[in-house]
Design a protein. Structure first.
Length: 118
């Protein structure tokens, strides 16, 4: 009976595991971001090394817009997801020209990848 219950529990959890964040897929989703961003140095966009948990608009050596500097945001998973999905809606007046990533799975994977770059 225990095996039956355990098997049923595993079967119920499989769809959840299949939807988990995938950092390897996130690395692929990051490819378009490389035009402006890197890990370990500023470019057209700010350095993203250690971005998860960082206060927005604070990375040394990058000239942020006033809108982002004054946003009061901290880059946690939820905030990053909203930002990457639609930067202009999340912080009106910022200077990021990226139109946004609308695919929730790719967003989750991308954020998982960013978390590996601390």
């Amino acid at each position: 009976m225990r095996h039956l219950i355990l098997g049923a529990a595993i079967a119920l959890l499989l769809p959840v595991a299949a939807q988990a964040q995938d950092a390897a897929a996130g690395e692929k989703a990051f490819a378009p971001c490389k035009a402006c961003h890197a890990f370990g140095k500023n470019g057209v966009g700010p350095d993203l090394k250690g971005v998860v948990g960082r206060k927005a608009g604070t990375h040394e050596g990058y000239n942020y817009s006033a809108a982002l500097k004054n946003s009061g945001l901290t880059w946690d998973e939820a905030t990053l997801k909203e930002w990457i999905k639609d930067p202009k809606a999340k912080v009106p007046g910022n200077k990021m020209v990226y139109p946004g990533l609308k695919d929730d799975k790719k967003l989750d994977d991308l954020i998982a990848y960013l978390k590996t770059q601390s």
